[in-house]
Design a protein around this ligand. Sequence first.
Ligand code: AMP
Length: 530
Amino acid sequence: MNSLRRISSWEGHIPKGIEFLAGDLLKDESLPKSWLKALLEDPGRELFCDIDGRWINRGEFLARSHDAACAMHASGLSRGERILMSAAASIGGLVHYVGALRLGLVVVPMNTSYTKTEVFHIVGDVKPSAAIVDSDERAEWIVEAAKQPGFSTPFLGPGADLPLPRGDLQVYFADKSYAHCTDCAAQLDMAQSGTPALIAYTSGTTGRPKGAILTHGNLLASAKSLNMAWRWDERDRLVLALPLFHMHGLGVGVNGTLCAGSSAVLSDRFDPERVCQAVTDYSASMFFGVPTMYQRLLELECLEPFRSLRLMVSGSAPLSRETHRAMEERSGQTVLERYGTTESLIDISNPFEGERIAGKVGFPLPGVEAAISADRSELFISGPTVFSGYLNDPAATAAAFPNGDGWFATGDVGDVDERGYVAIAGRLKELIISGGYNVYPKEVEDVLRSHPAVRDAAVVGVESTRWGEEVVAFVVKGSDLREEELKAHALLHLANYKRPKRIFFVDEFPRNALGKVISAELRSAAASMR
Ligand code: AMP
């Protein structure tokens, strides 16, 4: 049993004059009920804009999601069945997403760049009855994967009470429209807060992706909490260039927009110029991105258009102090950094009002409880946003809740300062033990990045007969730099055991779709380059 030290609460996020009760986050019960409430008002108001500049208003969107739900019901799908979603951001894709949730289906976002092998893994794990896609090739892979032997065999886990697949997988193309349905027998918008809404796969940078089962209550509480903390309301317009197979794009961007009754401009991929243009063309008020997106925005000649935004948010990976500072200098925006995981959604955030500190992720969001374990300084989260378990993986589920009391062990090491701000030191799995001492890669990376000729750094631990593990650095240069110079810089700022024993200069790091460095690939590259 880990003893936990609670981190101070969420008061700093609550607008003045508002009395907040955590139960308020779940008042609407489910995502569709909350969305209907927001969207039924003023149906002519703009909601989503596609990359080609075409808008859909609230009324049309609700009607099309209703028709999509009726079409899914007419083809035999019923509440609790699972539907994969593997499509770039588009109005049609979102119509199907919302239609599926209104019918009570469980949506499984799947990375659009997965290879056939990865698609087979997810399909075999999820056993979906249907899929929403925007590519013939992916449709073929999914249909083929669903013909695997044993596809319809029952499986164990928190999803075991869901209906079994029926063997005839339905494919819906994101751009398809349906005839208006006036006499549908489907019962829509019936989900309760405990009903599963999504099975979200973790990005698997440290292991095989696992499917986290998220309920309507989890997702609703998270979106509502962010709406409040970031003062996000119907006047806002988000430029959304994040992929929708990750909770940053879907759980924050899409669900948050629909809960707030605001609007969003969708982009099927991230392109710095396109984002900059969209901010101006559509008078956007917000942009949410991952740190690599901010690094790429900084490559633009002019960041002036971003001055007009109300809020820029970064999350999903650590934002370096250098990037934070450069954004502030060049765009006037103090990026608000926040922290979350697929399993517990968004948990900790710098404040909208109050100081946003570079290198810190802030304090717990409204409704979220956070604590640090006494033994390993691991960050634990509990509250309405925390998932119920992994699909088909009771062992991983038990490991995620080691105390058996609803506190989720994030696997991240956290440090809290006297003002209650949390800093993420790194992932426990990536902790390097060199000569018996603990080294957090992030600390070494921060020092290397502070050298003016270093554009970026990634540090891993590699097995060593002498040290147990040795610290190895991969560095992308911004200008001329010799290894000895960088070693001299490390000598000034890092204790002996933290200094990289080997440094490799590379052009770029292997990254996943969210821009996170895939450290397993760096470790094996370092091991093979002895
Ligand atoms: P995912 O489940 O793909 O969203 O990954 C969650 C992990 O991303 C967390 O466990 C952290 O290791 C990392 N992460 C997310 N946000 C931040 C942040 N602001 N700073 C540092 N690490 C972060």
